[in-house]
Design a protein around this ligand. Structure first.
Ligand code: SAM
Length: 1021
């Protein structure tokens, strides 16, 4: 009989004791680079968690801690392998060779491609064993793109994945359900595929056949080389040899079937000129000049290609009657050979600057400037137009650029005439559903009058999309004729709909031409909808990026990965529900990654796909029709007090406080639901972004109120850089995975003094362990937070012993924790790792300075960790930037500024990176810039670091009398902390720097003086 082995899962879990933090972070960040075959390439979904991090969190939560270092070490290595360093030699442009050290993991099952290593089965067995031979039940109530449930399935768990959004639900079916149901099945490829040499050649090549062996395979199907093979578009042939293939190949076959039909319909709209296939059409929006009435193209740049060895520029001159411009293409654009990089940049900007700048657009005919406000009102009034500026084609040696032909110009607009015919065959017709309003998070296009989803496309894109949607819908009927089961029809149709989703991401007016790698960029490289003045249109029936072929390739590679998942996975339960009201029972482990305040407006953004999926999938199954029955995906239902949990004040009439409170209340209700769903010995692991400590603390308070004890926290780095929407508003680069267990119902209130004592006793060993494991920086603070919180959250409330009737808040408690952690780090820094665990008596500002200097040196640092350090020292970033004059801002703008630049940047907008925006950064002010540091200010005690900086100024001025006066006035000669601080600063200063020399001189001087004074004192004695 299967029973739960209470012994095993009642004690601590592995994650509550140890976690392979560095390896998981390394493998998670690496995974973000994986472009082929990853589940994220199936369909866009925001904020996907890496599989590596999800797998590591699940395994360490499901498995008990073995209770001894040796076994734990073995488990960690099986899971995450070891970190190894590689030294690579890189030749620099100036000819010198530089050594670059890279670190990566070796072994383990976290790294992409190693997930099915032999040790996976070892973990699967261990997990079952821990649960008395049964599969543990795992729930993710905010499942999104499905990383966490997929990993739980891989580990042999019984999985429930919940998400409120129908697009996420659809992705979950594709990621979890169809692979589980059909992964191990093969069935004969349809006859039309077996009859096509082109298709079968790609099939056999993928199976590793080449040369003569390939020909043998093709001949066996009657597909000899000399045979001119026209694809059979109608009828079913039965006289061909059948080829058994898996799900991914059936998707490819039907995708190919569709493409032949779509090509037949669309070919004339994408004429091929001079036998060179079209890659993309480059467009610009236009306005009429308010002064001379000329048609003005809105161009951020006129660079078409800007590479080291290839420089192509779009030329632009006023036309003869100055009613507009004449474009041309200049190959081999000159470059500035000599000069600084700033001069080169300036030269390039002049050579190929666009018409747009921060101030607006400059008319090329009369030089009048129309402001952004002018452009906005023209756009809202529908008085803007579009023009094709250039065509990119595949030439003999790479991409070529040319002006469009007459025929191409006609065909670019001709498509409009056929739209009604195509959309008459599609349920719900054209996607006329409304776009969110201009107040919605991340949406800038409504400011320019874009108020319906279809308006984000030009007519030819709508025609192409409509045509592909029509044939996706036709696939199901054709498959029935080929005797596929309903299960196969649904799976194949849904994967093909993913291809439509991919195509949508490329076939819209929010894309750009990336001049550095000559490719079209996609819309959702960040989760915002800004306006694009000049955009690129891919040819969907060609073979370049953005085409059906390339999208099909990307989706089916992901299906290849899905069908290679382990055998014997348990069928998952996928629920389209709100986490607030998902009352499930007997859950063993929940690992989940909830929406975080205003970080990402999921449903508003993903309605971009919803409206098209609704049309593509209609009629496929009653379940799918029910999921997509509403015109748009669910937002917040005020009547039901339930819905999507994001902090978006536009849903609350612009009331920011109401919106924040609603989000926090909703999350609190979800935590209560989680508590009820979880088994008594269960664990909840919840992922939070952590930029704003106060917001974070509100969520932790809600967890504790819901009945959870927080007893672990691991800050896993999961993102590479600035690739999410407005990182400056909520950093998601790293996230904290918080481990919680249920508090016994009979837990009693605690007392603040006892709780703090217990916390200090518990945490000191953890701090030493984290330090010895090489965890540093903000991660060190976060790693300590969970274990520290255990002492606090073991009690439903913590009362203040000296203030009757008052309780200690999470914020107050964490204030103590962070200060203790800061003192620990500073203790290590002051003693150069000499072993002191904490240091007391150092003022807040100097503590901050040391923390910052130790972790970031004098370089720019992201604001997030700096805020964390500041609050750890009872300070704030604004105090450090202002009153204390310790920090200086080095980068980052407000969200609005970022987007205005997006809309009208000064000629720089030719790359993906440019679209990413920058996040806020700060750096320490150099001592030499702090001229007034250390001067007595009324009502302010002088931080020790300021005293050091004052002394440095005095010493440099050569004024020893003043130095001595200052030392004496502040009693610094006998101040041990001052001596330690000087020593630490010497270590931190760059060798050979003036800073170091001054500090050393002062240190020697102080030592000499104290020697003299000691003698004098002994003489007095
Ligand atoms: C951070 S994402 C999850 C991403 C996921 N872990 C992944 O790897 O793709 C948060 C998810 O919560 C969903 N969500 C928001 N409000 C919800 C609610 N009330 N109930 C269930 N899901 C909700 C969003 O649709 C979104 O998919």
């Amino acid at each position: 009989m299967e029973t739960t082995n209470k012994q095993d899962i009642q004690g601590k879990r592995l994650i509550e004791v140890d976690f392979p933090l560095k390896q998981t972070s390394l493998d998670s960040v690496h995974e973000k680079n994986v472009r082929h075959g990853h589940i994220s390439t199936l369909h866009i979904w925001p904020a996907r968690r890496p599989l590596a991090a999800s797998r590591a969190a699940l395994i360490t939560t499901l498995l008990p801690d073995p209770g001894n270092d040796e076994e734990r070490k073995i488990m960690m290595e099986k899971l995450a392998g070891r970190i190894v360093e590689h030294v690579k030699k890189k030749k620099l442009p100036n000819g010198s060779v530089e050594e670059q050290v890279t670190v990566e993991t070796e072994g383990g099952i976290l790294h992409w491609g190693r997930e099915s290593g032999a040790d996976l089965q070892w973990f699967r067995d261990k997990i079952r064993e821990a649960y008395g031979g049964r599969a543990p039940r795992v729930l993710d109530p905010f499942a999104g793109g499905g990383a966490i449930p997929l990993e739980a399935m891989r580990l042999g768990c019984e999985v429930t994945a919940v998400d409120i959004n129908p697009v996420a639900w659809f992705i979950l079916k594709c990621t979890l359900e169809y692979p589980q149901r059909l992964a191990n099945q093969l069935r004969p490829l349809p006859a039309f595929a077996c009859e096509s040499r082109e298709f079968m050649e790609s099939y056999f090549k993928a199976k590793g056949f080449k040369g003569a062996a390939l020909e043998v395979q093709l001949s066996a199907l009657g597909l000899k080389k000399e045979q001119v093979n026209q694809p059979q578009l109608t009828g079913i042939q039965t006289n061909v040899v059948s080829v058994e293939a898996d799900l991914a190949w059936h998707v490819r076959a039907w995708g190919w079937w569709m493409l032949q039909r779509a090509k037949a319909d669309l070919n004339r709209y994408y004429p091929t000129v001079d036998g060179k296939p079209t890659v993309a059409y480059l467009w610009a929006r236009t306005v009429t000049c308010k002064n001379c009435r000329a048609t003005v193209p809105l161009l951020k740049t006129r660079w078409l290609c800007k590479k080291e060895n290839k420089r192509v520029v779009l030329t632009m001159e006023p036309n003869a009657d100055r009613t507009g411009v004449v474009f041309g293409v200049q190959n081999d654009a000159p470059s500035l050979v000599k000069g600084s990089s700033a001069q080169k940049r300036e030269y390039d900007k002049k050579l190929a600057g666009g018409t747009m700048s921060r101030s607006g657009v400059t008319c090329p005919c009369c030089s009048t400037i129309m402001t952004m406000e002018d452009i906005r009102s023209e756009s809202v009034a529908g008085r803007t137009g579009t023009v094709v500026t250039a065509v990119v084609v595949d030439g003999d040696v790479g991409k070529e650029y040319r002006r469009p032909t007459e025929e191409e110009l006609i065909m670019a607009t001709e498509a409009e005439k056929d739209l009604s015919k195509v959309y008459a065959e599609i349920p719900f017709g054209m996607p006329v559903e409304p776009l969110p309003g201009k107040e919605a998070l991340g949406f800038r296009v409504p400011l320019y009058g874009f108020d319906q989803w279809y308006k984000l496309f030009i007519p030819r894109q709508l025609l192409a999309l409509g045509t592909f949607v029509k044939y996706t819908r036709a696939v199901r009927e054709a498959m029935q004729k080929h005797w596929y089961s309903q299960e196969w029809i649904e799976a194949v149709s849904n994967y093909i709909s993913c291809v439509i989703g991919k195509m949508l991401d490329y076939e819209n007016t929010g894309t750009s031409w990336y001049t550095q790698n000559e490719q079209i960029t996609h819309l959702f490289n960040r989760f915002a909808l800004p306006i694009k003045w000049d955009f690129a249109e891919a040819s969907p029936i060609g073979g370049a990026s953005g085409s059906w072929d390339s999208m099909m390739n990307s989706v089916t590679k992901s299906v290849d990965t899905a069908v290679a998942l382990p055998n014997k996975m348990i069928r998952p339960q996928i629920l389209l529900k709100s986490a607030i009201s998902s009352h499930l029972k007997n859950v063993d482990v929940m690992v989940t990654d909830p929406p975080y305040y205003d970080a990402i407006p999921y449903s508003d953004m993903m309605d971009f796909f919803y409206v098209w999926l609704r049309r593509t999938l209609k009629g496929l199954s009653p379940e799918i029709d029910a999921a997509f029955q509403e015109p748009l995906s669910p937002k917040w239902d005020h009547e039901q007090n339930d819905g999507e949990l994001i902090d978006d004040s536009s849903r609350f009439g612009g009331d920011k406080q109401k919106s924040k409170a609603n989000y926090e209340d909703g999350m609190a209700r979800v935590f209560q639901t989680c508590y009820q769903s979880l088994n008594p010995d269960g664990r909840l692991v919840i992922v939070f972004a952590h930029k704003h400590p106060d917001a974070w603390e509100t969520l932790v308070s809600a967890l504790i109120r819901a009945g959870f004890v927080v007893d672990g926290s691991w800050p896993i780095q999961t993102e590479m850089g600035n690739r999410t929407r407005a990182l400056s508003s909520a950093a998601l680069a790293s996230s904290v995975w918080l481990v919680c267990k249920k508090r016994p119902e009979n837990a009693r209130p605690g007392w603040d003094n006892l709780v703090l004592e217990e916390m200090q006793e518990n945490i000191i060993q953890s701090l030493r362990n984290f330090w010895d494991a090489g965890i540093r920086g903000p991660d060190f603070v976060w790693a300590a937070t969970g274990p520290a919180l255990e002492a606090y959250s073991r009690h439903p409330i913590v009362r203040k012993a000296n203030e009757p009737g008052k309780t200690m808040s999470v914020t107050e408690f964490l204030g103590h924790v962070r200060r203790m952690v800061a003192d620990f780090v500073v203790g290590r820094v002051l003693t150069q790792n000499g072993g002191t665990d904490t240091v007391s008596g150092l003022d807040d500002v100097t503590t901050y300075y040391l923390l910052h200097r130790y972790n970031f040196g004098m370089e720019s640092a992201p604001i997030g960790p700096c805020i964390l350090y500041a609050v750890s020292c009872n300070l704030s970033d604004s105090l450090l930037l202002g009153k204390y004059d310790l920090l200086v801002r080095t980068g980052g703008q407000s969200k609005d500024e970022e987007e205005e630049i997006e809309e009208g940047s000064e000629g720089g907008g030719e790359g993906v990176e440019e679209a990413e925006g920058t996040s806020s950064t700060v750096k320490l002010k150099a001592w030499s810039q702090r001229k007034y540091a250390g001067l007595e200010l009324a009502g302010m005690s002088t931080p020790l670091i300021d005293k050091v900086h004052r002394l440095m100024h005095l010493w440099r001025a050569g004024d020893q009398v003043k130095v001595d006066e200052y030392l004496d006035m502040h009693g610094l000669g006998y101040n041990t902390l001052f001596g330690q601080l000087l020593q630490a600063l010497i270590e931190l200063a760059a060798a050979g720097s003036e800073e170091r020399a001054l500090l050393e001189s002062i240190s020697n001087h102080v030592a000499d003086r104290s020697g003299i004074q000691t003698n004098r004192l002994s003489w007095v004695d």
